[in-house]
Write a protein that binds this ligand. Structure first.
Ligand code: NAD
Length: 422
């Protein structure tokens, strides 16, 4: 991993809590409500034993954190990453609660993580680890309880293993226990591209607001996975110039615009964005963040825009495809520079939105067409963007605080209506 873009992992839960307190300061909200929303409902820590291919036993530390289910079942991805820890997973679970609320879908927030390095594991090892992890969390997940989804280094195949293991435990097939499944198992059309497409759609709204035409708009994307890779393709196909892309090994830069399809084909073939058929120069992940451009979309890990590099960011719009890529100090610096922020809980909410569509289809045994999904997704995101912008303008707050105000307010209303049991 490029050390210069190592995520700033200083106290993610502290940052997530601070965000809520900042938003609450602009709201008419009672202190007991804030105190309730600052803590999670349940935090499960598991030591997952896995027999590796060489016969050795390895134990992986894993987590499922459920922050809030006031508006509907817990919802949130599972990531496989060497640095996944409880503090980070807890912060991401909180973000999920606000995200579901910003797009006004009836889900709460959760997150999962397994501390492992999937790049060094075989498919068989990943499958055994996934199945055992699923078995361990099976008492607290389920289609009406908590619905996992893909996140960093997990994919439709991992979701298929989770769905199969859970179904075997229950004695019948339960497609609604996860989203982001393969289409053959009840996955939804449009789910794979939903998050990246959402980054693209919300950025277009921001660009339209600022009067920046999409044709020729220079876009820089960090991370070329499910979010970054898909977002890059949408920008490219819409006539924007994607001038830089990267992955964990480094990046590629071409001021004339990259052939995004060639970059992604290279990534598929060589597991790296830099390769024989890609025209461009090598660039580090740190340099990429400071390129002159209209749109910078960090779509990899958290904490990459920091007090150290934010002053050198030259983008007009930062669209947070990743969760938490900007530290609070960097947020202030970017705001002072007049950078327009499309915050994570809005920019990457396309994923949870289409996950909701997938879940609804599973529960009703229905199949929606791609057009229907695409239309509903863009309606929801464009409406959410408009609501967040209106709050930002009305209350004279940043787009991040406006999104938090919208999300926290919806959850706070649900809490007040439901009250505290008993
Ligand atoms: P992914 O595993 O598909 O892709 C991650 C990409 O980031 C890869 O290209 C990887 O090489 C790159 N990367 C990893 N470490 C890096 C580093 N240190 N520097 C630069 N690049 C690095 O994951 P994803 O699903 O695309 O998720 C990316 C981000 O988006 C995460 O923050 C995730 O929480 C967030 N997110 C994902 C979804 C979703 O539906 N997949 C939804 C909402 C938010």
């Amino acid at each position: 991993m490029n050390s210069t873009v190592q995520a700033n992992r200083e106290n993610p839960t502290g940052i997530a809590r601070k965000q809520v307190e900042i938003a609450a300061a602009y709201m008419d909200i009672e202190s007991w409500v804030v105190r309730r929303l600052l803590v999670t409902n349940r935090e499960v820590t598991i030591n997952v034993p896995v027999k590796m291919d060489d016969g050795e036993l390895k134990i992986f530390r894993a987590y499922r954190v459920q922050h809030c289910d006031l508006r509907g079942p817990y919802k949130g991805g599972i990531r496989y990453h060497p640095e996944a820890d409880l503090d980070e997973v807890r912060a991401l679970a909180m973000l999920m609660t606000w995200k579901s609320a910003v797009v006004n879908i009836p889900f709460g927030g959760a997150k999962g993580g397994v501390q492992c390095d999937p790049k060094t594991m075989s498919q068989a090892e990943l499958e055994r680890m996934t199945r055992r992890f699923t078995w361990e969390i099976s008492p607290v997940i389920g289609p009406e309880r908590d619905i996992p989804a893909p996140d960093v280094s997990t994919n439709p195949q991992v979701m298929a293993w989770i769905m199969d293991t859970y179904s075997i435990l229950k004695g019948n097939t339960v497609p609604g226990v996860v989203t982001g499944k393969p289409l053959e198992l009840g996955g939804s059309l449009g789910r794979f591209e939903a998050t990246g497409k959402g980054v693209f759609l919300t950025t277009l709204e921001a660009a339209a607001h600022l009067g920046i035409p999409v044709q020729g708009m220079r876009v820089v994307i960090q991370g070329s996975g499910n979010v970054g890779g898909v977002a890059a393709l949408f920008f490219h196909r819409a006539g924007a110039k994607v001038i830089a892309m990267s992955d964990s090994k480094g990046g590629v830069y071409n001021p004339q615009g990259l052939d995004v399809e060639a970059v992604l084909a290279c990534k598929d073939q060589y597991a790296c964005v830099i390769g024989p058929r890609v025209e461009g120069e090598d660039i580090t992940n740190a340099e990429l963040l400071e390129l002159e451009c209209e749109v910078l979309a960090p779509c990899a890990l958290s904490g990459v825009l920091t007090a150290q590099n934010a002053a050198r960011v030259k983008a007009r719009i930062v669209a947070e495809g990743a969760n938490g890529p900007t530290t609070p100090e960097a947020d202030d610096i970017l705001a002072d520079k007049g950078v327009f922020m499309v915050p994570d809980i809005l920019a990457n909410a396309g994923g949870v939105t289409v996950s909701y569509f997938e879940w609804v289809q599973n529960l009703q045994n229905l199949l929606w067409s791609e057009q229907e999904i695409s239309k509903r997704l863009s309606d929801i995101l464009i409406s959410a963007f408009g609501q967040v912008l209106a709050i930002a303008q009305d209350k004279k707050v940043s787009m991040r605080n406006a999104a938090l105000i919208l999300g926290v307010d919806r959850v706070a209303r649900a809490l007040k209506l439901r009250g505290i049991y008993p």
